[in-house]
Design a protein around this ligand. Structure first.
Ligand code: ATR
Length: 272
């Protein structure tokens, strides 16, 4: 079978080996997928050793997505826009393709959940690598407006300028305090919930028609989801995004798109 892996530091909590084992079983593809932690500074040598061992492709997670983007000899459009690669593929001529499936993974999951993206108002919390990675595919869905809000407002403004388009969505950036009104979708892309912290959004009103989506996931609802539920919104965590980005990486490597529904349900059961 062909060798694939996920690179990260740390990596022991990664669900990717279980996801790709399920995809391989479902599709009959001869894929062996493992987790590799090359240490904090070891990504380049880790990738080289992996290729020498016969590795065909890899997922890349924190903190190596930018290094993977630089390593790639060629980039998909979505990876070029994201400034980061979560998927590497060894091509037949020995060059390395960098792809990014995070944004399309998020969009697929939002569409599955019935979110209004086309013509909708979307609020994104955070302005780090995770948010930068998904903005392009989100804007492809033609929302009327995208507001990026961040603790450090200048980072949100810079990101909104980098992704703003005069012909389609209005993209603006600022501090949490500056955001007002109703949104069809609110996406938490900050790492704040890892610390149990929650940005205050004094000007935002949530309704039962608001989908509050945390890019994080876990066995229990995140603090962001607890807050959104108290405010009356519909809440979802990012497990579906994880499964969709993995399926899209599998497609990049193998040319086969797995059926994500049963795999998502199985991973959900294993979390609780
Ligand atoms: P990632 O790759 O997860 O995006 P990152 O690039 O370090 O990581 O970005 C982390 C994001 O979470 C940033 O938007 C950060 O806000 P700042 O730009 O102000 O640092 C946000 N964040 C982290 N901890 C936070 C907290 N306690 N409250 C609010 N935002 C937080």
């Amino acid at each position: 079978s062909d060798l694939y892996c996920v690179f990260g530091h740390p990596i022991h909590h990664s669900r990717s080996p279980a996801l790709h084992a399920a995809f391989a079983a479902q599709t009959g593809e001869a894929v062996h997928y493992e987790a590799r932690d090359p240490g904090p500074d070891g990504f380049l040598t880790g990738w080289q050793a992996f290729v020498e061992a016969g590795g065909q492709g890899a997922n890349v997670t924190v903190p190596f997505k930018e290094a993977a983007w630089r390593l790639a000899d060629q980039l998909s459009d979505r990876a070029a826009r994201a400034g980061a690669a979560n998927t590497l593929k060894l091509m037949p001529d020995g060059t390395v393709l960098g792809d990014n499936t995070d944004g399309v993974g998020l969009v697929r999951d939002l569409i599955r959940l019935g979110a209004r993206l086309d013509g909708g108002r979307v609020l994104i919390l955070g302005a780090g690598g995770a948010v930068r990675g998904v903005l392009g595919p989100l804007l492809d869905e033609m929302p009327r407006e995208v507001v990026i809000a961040n603790r450090t407002p200048d980072k949100a403004r810079l990101l909104s300028e980098a992704f703003g388009r005069s012909d389609a969505s209005a993209v603006t950036g600022g501090h949490f305090d500056e955001v007002t009104g109703n949104f069809d979708v609110i996406i938490n892309g900050t790492s704040a919930s890892l610390a149990g912290a929650l940005p205050a959004l004094p000007g935002v009103r949530l309704t039962p028609d608001t989908l509050a989506y945390d890019m994080m996931y876990g066995a229990a609802p995140t603090v962001f989801m607890d807050w959104a539920a108290r405010e009356g919104a519909r809440c979802e965590d990012g497990l579906g995004m994880l499964v969709e980005q993995a399926a899209e990486s599998f497609m990049t490597w193998r040319g086969v798109h797995p059926d994500t529904g049963p795999v998502r349900e199985a991973i959900r059961q294993a979390l609780t």
